[in-house]
Design a protein around this ligand. Structure first.
Ligand code: DGL
Length: 273
C-alpha cells in the first residue's frame, strides 16, 4: 500500500491548488488527479447531485489503485464526505476539518469568517466543524459565487475582482473577524487580492495548505507514507472533458507546467450506498 499513489479529485482544475500544496509537503509521493471538468461547477448544484458526482469520482480513483483519496473540492467535502467514507475501503480525507483546525489555531479573538461556493456555505460544514470544537466561537459565512469564474478567467489581480471581494467581504469585516477561511479550491490564487481588501491584521487560512499538512500527518499515523522520502514522485491527471482546456488552465493552479492529462468517461459502474 505504501508505494501506491495518493488519489485527489475535484470538480475541475481548481483542486490542483491542493495538489500543489500536497506536492510541496510530500514531494516523494505519487499523485493521481481526477478533475470532473465536464460537470464543473459543483458549487451551484444540489447536495444530491454533488454526492452522486463525488461518488463517481471517488470510485474511479479507488479502482485505479490509490492508497488514500483526498477530496480537494470544498463543495464535495462539505456534502459527500460521510457517504464516501462509508462507500470506499481506503481512507478518505476532505478539506473542511483541516481548514477548521487551522482556523482554530490561528484565531486570537474567536471571530472567524468563512467564504466558499453557495453549496459549501449552505452546508454549514465549516461552522459545524468549528463550533463542535469550541462553542464560544463566532462564525460568519458568506457565499461568493462570482469568485470561481473570475479566477478561471485569470483575473486574480484585476480591479473588478478586488471590487467584488470588497462587496463580499464587507459584512465579515464589519463583524470584525480576525481569521478568514478561504474555503474553496480557487481562493488560494486570490490570496493577494484578499489581503489587499482585508488588510494585514486578519489571518488567512488556506484550505489547500491546511489539507496537505493534515494528509501528511494522517499518512504517517496510518503507516502509509512512501518509504523513500528522497525520491521525486510522479503526477498523472485525468479529466472528463477535453484535455486542451485543462492544459490551458492547469499550470496556473499548479504553479508549474502541467503534465498532459488523459480523458475518461464518467459516470462509472455503480453508486455508493
Ligand atoms: N472546487 C469547488 C470548491 O472548492 C469550486 C468550483 C466548483 O464550484 O465546482 O468548492
Amino acid at each position: 500500500m505504501k508505494h501506491q499513489p495518493i488519489g485527489v479529485f475535484d470538480s475541475g482544475i481548481g483542486g490542483l491548488t491542493v495538489v500543489r500544496s500536497l506536492q510541496m509537503a510530500m514531494p516523494y509521493e505519487d499523485y493521481v488527479y481526477l478533475g470532473d471538468t465536464a460537470r464543473v461547477p459543483y458549487g451551484t448544484k444540489s447536495p444530491d447531485t454533488v454526492r452522486r458526482f463525488a461518488c463517481e469520482d471517488a470510485l474511479f480513483l479507488a479502482q485505479s489503485g490509490v492508497k488514500v483519496i483526498v477530496v480537494a473540492c470544498n463543495t464535495a467535502s462539505a456534502w459527500a464526505l460521510p457517504t464516501l467514507e462509508r462507500g470506499v475501503d481506503i481512507p478518505v480525507f476532505g478539506v473542511i476539518l483541516p481548514g477548521a483546525r487551522a482556523a482554530l489555531d490561528a484565531t486570537r479573538g474567536g471571530r472567524i469568517g468563512v467564504i466558499g461556493t453557495s453549496a459549501t456555505i449552505r452546508s454549514q460544514s465549516y461552522p459545524r466543524a468549528l463550533l463542535a470544537r469550541d462553542d464560544t466561537l463566532r462564525v460568519y459565512s458568506r457565499a461568493c459565487p462570482l469568485l470561481v469564474p473570475l479566477v478561471e478567467e485569470g483575473w486574480t489581480h484585476h480591479p473588478v475582482t478586488v471590487a467584488v471581494l470588497r462587496e463580499y467581504l464587507e459584512p465579515l469585516l464589519r463583524r470584525e473577524v480576525d481569521t478568514l477561511i478561504l474555503g474553496c479550491t480557487h481562493y488560494p490564487l486570490l490570496r493577494d487580492a484578499v489581503r489587499e481588501v482585508v488588510g494585514p491584521g486578519i489571518s488567512l487560512v488556506d484550505s489547500a495548505d491546511s489539507c496537505a499538512a493534515f494528509v501528511r500527518e494522517r499518512l504517517e499515523h496510518l503507516g502509509l507514507r512512501h518509504p523513500d522520502t528522497h525520491r521525486v514522485g510522479t503526477f498523472e491527471a485525468w479529466v472528463t472533458d477535453e484535455v486542451e482546456r485543462f492544459a490551458e488552465l492547469a499550470s496556473r493552479f499548479l504553479g508549474r507546467p502541467a503534465e498532459q492529462a488523459r480523458k475518461i468517461e464518467l459516470p462509472m459502474l455503480r453508486r455508493l450506498p
